[in-house]
Ligand binder design. Sequence first.
Ligand SMILES: [Zn+2]
Length: 115
Amino acid sequence: MSEQAKEQTLAEQAPDNYECRVCGYVYEPGKGDNNGNVSPGTLFTDLSNDWRCPICGARKTQFDNVGASDAPSGFQENLQFGLGVNTLTPRQKNVLIFGCLALGFLFFLSLYGLQ
Ligand SMILES: [Zn+2]
């Protein structure tokens, strides 16, 4: 590491995750790779060049940097968060939204019933 590394924020220092473009497996440095004899804390860039994806066997060159999991950056990984809402189809979202509205309306009506 160079001098430059010391001036990075904590978020920037968080190790980057790498996602397999072939199968979607995400290598997390904090977990390592049990199957590949990689101990937790090993950076993806420190993996040996003959390391393969434990799921599909893809080479390191088939992996994309998807950023640190706890850093605010990284748009690609956001797709997997939000309790899966981001991956819903527009129709599913409508059902969810209007379902909540209907529930809220019923709740509102029930307040009148109290008086
Ligand atoms: Zn893979």
